[in-house]
Design a protein around this ligand. Structure first.
Ligand code: F6R
Length: 242
């Protein structure tokens, strides 16, 4: 694993965007695995900026998102579909038929999970997976105690996650209790993984993720076993390590 330390959030995002840009330039048909949340926002902004300057072309890029809340339609502002469209897709020349996100409105869990796994398989797997990490060590919505063997599945969100994500909703009661997520097995199949971590509040979990035992109670600890993992963390997130 490679750990890149940056001075702050902005420079973390710039380095992250540089790495993804290199991937896009070297393989314009890349399949990118994308994440939502606060952490990657600066990366998306930077990529949009370089696209507008003519440095990047997304016309042949394909993307698969990690997760989506159950029960939120594409039009719902809190859906990850909307997040991706507003923060990234609408600003670049990616083909909307080449962007994939689990369908949170599908009530048939088995068929939605199989559909999503088969999309990823047909695309030939993920070339570069972008990840953030939750304060409890989740990646995607793979909460503590999730089996490492799962592909796409439906999860009940941990109280800690609902509380953390309530900042995006009017009230905690509006936060969906379930979500579809690519599983740990799907994430680990990505050819390369880029984990972004920012802020002192993530310092302890980052230490556990990178140097603690590999256990389902810290889902992201499995990343230690990936053979092409890059972590970009800002100084505050590395306070426990350095
Ligand atoms: C979102 C996702 C989550 C987030 C994690 C950190 O698609 O996969 O695992 O990466 O909850 O969220 P932020 O970046 O908001 O701290």
């Amino acid at each position: 694993m490679k750990i890149i330390c940056t001075k702050d959030y902005q420079s973390m995002c710039r380095v992250g965007a540089n790495i993804l840009s290199a991937q896009i330039i070297l393989n314009p048909k890349s399949v990118l695995g994308l994440a939502t949340g606060s952490t990657p926002l600066g990366v998306y902004n930077q990529l949009v900026d370089w696209y507008k300057k003519g440095d990047l072309d997304f016309s042949q890029i394909k993307s698969v998102n990690l997760d989506e809340y159950c029960g939120l339609s594409k039009n719902n502002k809190q859906s990850y579909y909307c997040y991706m469209y507003e923060n990234f897709f609408k600003h670049i020349n990616i083909d909307s038929n080449s962007t994939f996100i689990p369908n949170g409105m599908e009530k048939n869990v088995d068929s939605e999970c199989q559909r999503y796994d088969s999309i990823v398989r047909k695309l030939g797997g993920v070339d570069y997976q972008l990840l953030g990490v939750g304060h409890n060590g989740h990646i995607g919505f793979n909460e503590p105690h999730t089996s490492f063997e799962k592909e796409t599945h439906c999860v009940k969100l941990a109280d800690k996650t609902i509380e953390a994500n309530s900042r995006f909703f009017n009230s905690i009661k509006e936060v969906p209790t379930h979500a579809y997520t690519m599983g740990i097995k799907s994430i680990m199949k990505a050819k390369k993984i880029l984990l972004l971590v920012s802020g002192e509040s993530k310092a302890e979990i980052l230490y556990e993720v990178l140097f603690g035992p590999i256990v389902p109670t810290v889902p992201a600890s499995i990343l230690q076993l990936h053979n092409d993992l890059t972590i970009i963390a800002d100084k505050p997130a590395l306070t426990v390590i350095s």
